[in-house]
Design a protein. Structure first.
Length: 368
């Protein structure tokens, strides 16, 4: 099915669980794809494929290598010449694609984005799982942001490479504005470990641009289209949006504050006699917790508390500054001032702040 015609005459199609962008003429392409990757001027099409066989099922390769799998996919499913195309794969549905086009005087920018990082988000520099030299790769969790960025203008080779930098910055800005958590550390995510990007420029355009940085209009429009499309794609695929983040558990889970850890801490606070006479069964506990999760005051002060923890992690504030300030914030949030914390003096300061919050929230729930 033809979805749209882009400026310059290229056409976007949806078939065989893939988005296929067919070129109307020669194009300059910079791709991170396993086939046709790097800088190419001889490609006829690019694609983004949903490799997810179904809910709860892992993606399976048709060949021994990812590269060969993509060649077979291009040839057998999409009817493309593997020597003259490049493509990306994802577990995100193509039905959840976000497409944003913006025009400025003599050029246009279109971002075609699929994305879902709820389970595979990571922060650059997080501990990696494997080294390619070892010859063994560990299966990764599903979750990828794939971007096809179409620019209807001729770009110098340097500008095309710079556009990749600006595009990546825009993706990361969108993720950070959503405060998406890394699933491999306590940091804010900057992407996933499997993100892919394809950039396309039109060498036949009468507009020739040599800069794609943030000080020029092309860079601005790359930033605006990519940020908008990334946020919309993450919302469509997995519901990651401001409303989802207006929740104290979604703000704190990267520090180990979860429904399970709260319930476990609650049980630890009870004596054996109290456990037998406990006014809470798990369902009642969850009900009380859910009443607090979206509370405006708690969400607001929790967001301030988390930001203190991040600044402590980044070395912008010291433990001597953040620990007392954090306690003041929790008091303003209505946490019991006498909440017992079991942390030790030699505990990691970030873990100590997480424990302060955990213990205080449990006691707040118990007072409901």
């Amino acid at each position: 099915m033809k979805l749209m015609e882009l400026p310059g005459g290229d056409t976007l199609h949806h078939y065989k669980k893939s988005l296929v962008l067919c070129f109307a003429g020669p194009r300059d392409v910079l791709s991170t794809g396993p086939i046709g990757g790097g800088f190419r001027t001889d490609l006829q099409a690019v694609f983004n494929n949903d490799c997810n066989p179904g809910a709860g099922m892992s993606c399976e390769l048709r060949a021994d290598t990812y590269e060969e799998h993509m060649r077979l996919l291009a040839l057998e499913d999409l009817g493309l010449d593997p020597k003259h195309c490049t493509g990306l794969a994802t577990a995100a549905s193509m039905h959840n694609v976000s497409i944003t086009t913006m025009n400025y005087e003599d050029f246009s920018v279109t971002a075609i984005v699929t994305g879902g990082i709820r389970v595979n988000a990571s922060r650059v520099g997080d501990p990696a799982a494997w080294h390619e030299k070892s010859g063994i790769s560990e299966p990764t969790k599903p979750g990828t942001i794939n971007i096809i960025l179409h620019i209807d203008a001729a770009l110098s080779p340097g500008a095309l490479a710079r556009a990749l930098v600006t595009c990546t910055e825009a993706k990361t800005a969108a993720i950070q504005e959503l405060l998406a958590p890394s699933r491999y550390s306590s940091g804010i995510a900057t992407g996933s470990g499997t993100d892919g990007t394809i950039l396309i420029a039109n060498p036949l355009s009468s507009t020739y641009l040599t800069n794609a940085g943030k000080h020029c209009k092309l860079g601005e429009y790359i930033g605006r289209t990519v940020k908008k499309a990334v946020k919309e794609a993450l919302d469509r695929q997995s519901g990651l949006n401001p409303a989802f983040q207006h929740n104290i558990l979604n703000r704190m889970d990267r520090f180990g504050i979860t429904e399970d850890s709260l319930w476990s801490t609650y049980l630890q606070k009870l004596s054996e006699k109290e456990k037998k006479l406990s006014p809470f069964v798990r369902a009642e506990f969850e009900d009380h917790l859910s009443q607090l999760c979206h509370n405006d005051t708690l969400v607001t002060y929790t967001s301030l508390y988390v930001h203190l923890m991040d600044q402590l992690d980044w070395g912008l504030l010291s433990p001597e500054e953040t620990l007392p300030a954090g306690k003041q914030i929790l008091n303003l949030a209505g946490f019991p001032t006498d909440a017992h914390c079991s942390c030790s003096d030699d505990q990691n300061p970030i873990a100590k702040m997480a424990d302060f919050y955990l213990q205080g929230l449990v006691e707040l729930i118990m007072k409901q």
